[in-house]
Write a protein that binds this ligand. Structure first.
Ligand SMILES: [Zn+2]
Length: 340
């Protein structure tokens, strides 16, 4: 940031201006540019800079709608600060409608902060990182579950970092999973560089899921209110919240191969001993029933009903008593008061 302008490579966006750019990050086999769409909205008033990114995994679409709506449908007249909106980060993977960069199946989300003079994914990551991530104060990176699975809307964040803690809480989701994230992820590397960043996970790949998109947009509004991008807006605190350290979450895995019938829905509270699913073979013999080993919240589940032994069935999160009480209260129609 210099004198309130947002600057990148050859560009500059003055306060009160916006720019919708196509930023070249690589080249195709034909020698054509690979260009990433970026909208930079610099408010008339001073304030922090936030990035919003989606589709680093090219088939994870829900976040695209979140970022586009914030960039193009929201009024920005009273904006205090700058929004850097990247609805489709991994353009080659998006074009191919797959998770990874098509060449050598590289995971762009293991390539940050990137390196020039290295592999194609490292070079792409480097150009994005230095131009649009490092200049920011905070960031939100939108993902969905891996193809064939789904999850409830939740935040992943390294809660030991006070900046990340503030950001994660202000998003206002019911569940926060406390993890540093893998080496090379945008979230981890941005946070290490001093740009506290959270991941928002929501739903399935290859879909626009309107309810989840709307909830995530509310989350972004709440974050922007917390950092006073829109000073008059209220911060949204959920009625209950649980912060789970990553070892308290449990993927229940199949011990047999077969066809899975789920008996509980994503987002439901499952009591210890409840039937979670049954696995059967083509003859419907040898039925295996999987029960919940403890009471918890079903954060994720498979959508594709076919499993090998060892494949994940669902992601169950253990809850502490106050959270359990709050959820039961919540589901009986009354909301507990105050921030959770
Ligand atoms: Zn992802």
């Amino acid at each position: 940031m210099t004198d309130g302008a947002f600057t990148y490579e050859d560009g500059r966006v003055e306060p009160g201006e916006r720019a919708d750019i196509r930023f070249t990050v690589s080249e195709t086999y034909l020698g054509d540019p690979v260009r990433v769409p970026v909208s930079i909205i610099n408010g008339e008033h001073d304030g922090p800079t936030v990035f919003l990114s989606a589709a680093i995994h090219g088939d994870e679409l829900n976040g695209i709608e979140v970022v586009r709506e914030v960039a193009h449908d929201w009024p920005h007249g009273n904006l205090h600060g700058t929004l850097v909106c990247m609805p489709v980060v991994n353009v080659p993977a998006f074009m191919a409608q797959q998770r990874y960069l098509p060449v050598y199946d590289r995971d762009l989300n293991r390539s940050f902060p990137g390196r020039s003079g290295s592999t194609s994914s490292q070079r792409i990551a480097k150009r994005l990182f230095e131009n649009f991530i490092e200049p920011c104060d905070v960031g939100i990176d939108f993902h969905t579950s891996t193809r064939g699975r789904t999850n409830i809307l939740h935040v992943r964040a390294e809660m030991d970092d006070p900046g990340v803690d503030r950001l994660a809480r202000s998003f206002g989701s019911n569940v926060v999973i406390d993890t540093a994230g893998s080496e090379g992820t945008l979230r981890r590397e941005a946070t290490r560089t001093g740009v506290p960043t959270i991941t928002v996970e929501m739903g399935e790949a290859h879909r626009f899921q309107r309810k989840l998109i709307d909830r995530a947009i509310d989350g972004v509004a709440s974050v922007l209110a917390e950092y006073e991008f829109y000073p008059a807006e209220p911060v949204d605190w959920p009625g209950w919240r649980t912060i789970v350290s990553s070892d308290e979450k449990t993927w229940l895995r199949a011990d047999v191969g077969g066809l899975v019938e789920m008996h509980v829905r994503r987002g439901s509270l499952v009591e210890e001993g409840d039937r979670v699913c049954t696995i059967t073979n083509p003859f419907k013999t040898d039925v295996v029933t999987v029960e919940a080993p403890f009471t918890g919240l079903l954060v994720g589940a498979l959508e594709n009903p076919l499993v090998y032994p060892g494949n994940p069935l669902c992601h169950l999160v253990e809850l502490e008593d106050p959270t359990l009480r709050a959820i039961r209260h919540d589901r009986s129609g009354t909301m507990p008061a105050g921030p959770g």
